[in-house]
Design a protein around this ligand. Structure first.
Ligand SMILES: Cc1cc2nc3c(=O)[nH]c(=O)nc-3n(C[C@H](O)[C@H](O)[C@H](O)COP(=O)(O)O)c2cc1C
Length: 328
C-alpha cells in the first residue's frame, strides 16, 4: 500500500483522484472509482440544474458507501451558471469533498471552507497555486501542459511544474496531466506529489459512460492525437485531434485569426456531448490529453487501480534497488 497525505486526508486506499469531466463524471463512474479505492468525482455542471445534481449525488450514494467528491468548474461565460447554487446543493446533500477549477474560485472556496469541506483546487501555474493556498484550500491539483482540457497559457510541462510546486507550496499537491499508469504515479510521488489526478485514463474504463467507439478510438490513438484549440483566444484547450478541431485551428491560423463567434457552432458543448452518445469521434470537440498515447486497454476501474497501485509499488521498489552502497 502507498500511504500519502492524500490517502490519509481523503480516507482512500490508492492516491488517485478522478478529475471532474464534463459529460463523463457521472454517478456510475465516480462511484466505480471510489469503490476501487480512489476518489471519484461528480462533475456538477454535467447536471442541467441544481436539483439534477442532488439526484446525481443520491444516485452515487446508492452505488458506493465510500467518499466521493463534486467538481465545480468556474469558466468564463456570458451567462455564468449558478456556481454557488450547485455548491450549496452539494453541501446540503452532505458532500464534503470538492474539486474546484477555473477562474476566480475565491467565493466558492470560501463558502466550502466555511462548511468545513476538503477543497482540492486545480490550477496550472505556481502563481495560481499560491493564490489557492492563501484561500485556504487543502490540496492543490497541479495540471501540467500535458493535460486534457485547459492547460493555461504558460506551457510548462509537469516535470518542471511539479518540481516547482515542491519548492514553493506548503499544502499537499497532486500531479495532474499525462498520468495514466503506475509509472506516472510513481514519478508524481518522486516529484513530491501526494498522488495523481487523472482524466483521460478514466474516460476509457468499463464504467465510463461514453460510447464504446470513443473508448476504442482512445485505445487506437497515439500521443500525437490531440491538439490545442483557442490558443489565439488565450483560452487554450487540449482536445482530440479530429475533423472539427483541425477546422478550428485552421480558422484561428488564417490571417486576422478568428473571433469566438465564428467558432461557436463548431465548438458547441452539445455537439461535443453527441460524440459520446453517437460514438462518432468527428461529430464535435471532445477533451483528451496526450496520455491517450499511454492507454492500451479499457479495464474496469477496479482492475485499473489495482494495476496502477501494483506498478507504482514495483517502480518504487525498483528505484530503491538502484542505490548501491559504497564499499568501505
Ligand atoms: C473529457 C474530459 C472532460 C473534462 N472536463 C473537465 C471539467 O469539466 N472540469 C475540470 O475541472 N476539468 C475537466 N477535465 C480535466 C480533468 O479533470 C483533468 O484535470 C485532466 O484530464 C488531467 O489530464 P489527463 O487527461 O492527462 O489525465 C476534463 C478532462 C477530460 C478528459
Amino acid at each position: 500500500m502507498i500511504v500519502t497525505p492524500l490517502t490519509k486526508l481523503l480516507g482512500i486506499r490508492v492516491p488517485v483522484v478522478q478529475g471532474g469531466m464534463q459529460w463523463v463524471g457521472v454517478p456510475q463512474l465516480a462511484a466505480a472509482v471510489s469503490n476501487a479505492g480512489g476518489l471519484g468525482i461528480l462533475t456538477a455542471l454535467t447536471q442541467p440544474s441544481t436539483d439534477a445534481l442532488r439526484q446525481a449525488i443520491r444516485e452515487t450514494r446508492k452505488l458506493t458507501s465510500k467518499n466521493f467528491g463534486v467538481n465545480i468548474t468556474l469558466l468564463p461565460s456570458i451567462n455564468p451558471p449558478d456556481y454557488e447554487g450547485y455548491a450549496r446543493a452539494a453541501l446540503e446533500e452532505g458532500v464534503r469533498i470538492f474539486e474546484t477549477a477555473g477562474n476566480n474560485p475565491g467565493p466558492v472556496v470560501k463558502l466550502l471552507k466555511s462548511h468545513g469541506c476538503i477543497v482540492i483546487h486545480k490550477c496550472t501555474t505556481i502563481r495560481h497555486a499560491k493564490a489557492g493556498e492563501r484561500l485556504g484550500v487543502d490540496v492543490l491539483s497541479i495540471d501540467g501542459f500535458e493535460c486534457a482540457g485547459h492547460p493555461g497559457e504558460d506551457d510548462i510541462g509537469g516535470l518542471v511544474l511539479l518540481a516547482r510546486a515542491a519548492q514553493e507550496l506548503s499544502v499537499p499537491y497532486i500531479a495532474s496531466g499525462g498520468i495514466a499508469d503506475g509509472r506516472g504515479l510513481a514519478a508524481a510521488l518522486a516529484l513530491g506529489a501526494a498522488g495523481a489526478n487523472m482524466g483521460t485514463r478514466f474516460m476509457c474504463t468499463v464504467e465510463s459512460p461514453i460510447h464504446q467507439s470513443i473508448k476504442d478510438r482512445i485505445v487506437a490513438s497515439t500521443e500525437l492525437d490531440t491538439v490545442h484549440i483557442f490558443r489565439t483566444l488565450r483560452n487554450t484547450a487540449r482536445v482530440y485531434r479530429n475533423a472539427v478541431s483541425k477546422e478550428v485551428v485552421a480558422l484561428e491560423r488564417r490571417p486576422g485569426g478568428a473571433k469566438f463567434e465564428e467558432l461557436r457552432d463548431l465548438v458547441s458543448g452539445q455537439r461535443g456531448r453527441k460524440v459520446y452518445e453517437l460514438g462518432d469521434p468527428d461529430y464535435g470537440i471532445w477533451s483528451a490529453g496526450i496520455s491517450v498515447g499511454l492507454i492500451k486497454d479499457c479495464p474496469t476501474c477496479e482492475e485499473l487501480l489495482i494495476n496502477i497501485e501494483k506498478e507504482a509499488e514495483e517502480v518504487i521498489d525498483g528505484l530503491a534497488k538502484l542505490r548501491v552502497r559504497a564499499k568501505l
